[in-house]
Design a protein around this ligand. Structure first.
Ligand SMILES: [Zn+2]
Length: 241
């Protein structure tokens, strides 16, 4: 019931109507991985800087972080690290923040008259916990029932990858993938399960490296027990571990 206590501790500032978070609550939010919205919270000026400008600025700031930690950046092994981290952040780990990188999903007519569910399971993904900025990674299992048009299977991987490449909370990532698939495929009949290991749980805090976190999104027909069970049987969920 720790989660409940945490929420109760959040105070509303009477003057500006903003939520006030004490350091304690901020720590607790991180450890409990509480998400506050479905959309990734973005600033209005998020894309005023080019990627090159962002890399340059992050390189500078990461240099400071390393120096504050006491590291000597004149060492050959460390010299290139701030730039490497900056490029990795902008171009790889967080490339999915930029809508310009969103995959175009081309649909094809369902010429085969296939009306059963299509399941693509064990899609690997790597994301970053937005509370600790360390990776969480696992498998996505996706299913949809077509509404007259089908999608190239690799596009399912690309959609998972796009939303993974953001600072994320697993619950939000699951919903973002589910909602995007519903939009692209023009149907509510979409299911998504993510099963992931969080490095912030394994390498720090509680230091549990055997647990994994499962989140699910069931839309339309997948709220029907029979369809849901068929999907769970296809992904053979109980035997994954
Ligand atoms: Zn975390």
């Amino acid at each position: 019931m720790k989660r409940k206590e945490t929420l109760v501790n959040i105070q509303l500032n009477a003057e500006n109507n903003k939520i006030e978070l004490s350091d304690f609550v901020i720590d607790e939010m991180g450890n409990e991985h509480i998400s506050t919205s479905i959309d990734t919270p973005m600033r209005k000026d998020a894309f005023e800087k080019t990627d090159a400008q962002k890399i340059e600025a992050i390189e500078k700031h990461f240099t400071s972080i390393m120096e504050i930690l006491g590291l000597d950046l004149s060492d050959d092994s460390l010299r290139g690290t701030p730039k490497r981290v900056a490029k990795m952040y902008v171009q790889e780990f967080f490339g999915g923040l930029n809508p310009a990188n969103k995959p175009n999903a081309t649909l094809f007519d369902n010429k085969f008259g296939y009306h059963e569910m299509v399941v693509e399971k064990n899609i690997s993904f790597y994301s970053t916990c937005e509370h600790h900025f360390v990776p969480f990674a696992g498998k996505a299992h996706i299913a949809y029932i077509n509404n007259g048009q089908v999608i190239g299977l690799s596009k399912l991987n690309r959609i998972v990858k796009y939303f993974s490449k953001r600072p994320q909370v697993q619950e939000r990532l699951t919903i973002q993938i589910g909602k995007e698939l519903q939009r692209v495929l023009n149907t509510d009949d979409v299911a998504v399960i993510l099963d992931a290991k969080h490095l912030c749980v394994a390498s720090r805090g509680i230091e549990d490296d055997t647990s994994s976190t499962v989140t699910a999104f069931y839309g339309g027909a997948f709220n029907d027990e029979e369809k849901k069970n068929e999907y769970l049987k296809y992904i053979d969920f109980n035997t994954l571990h």
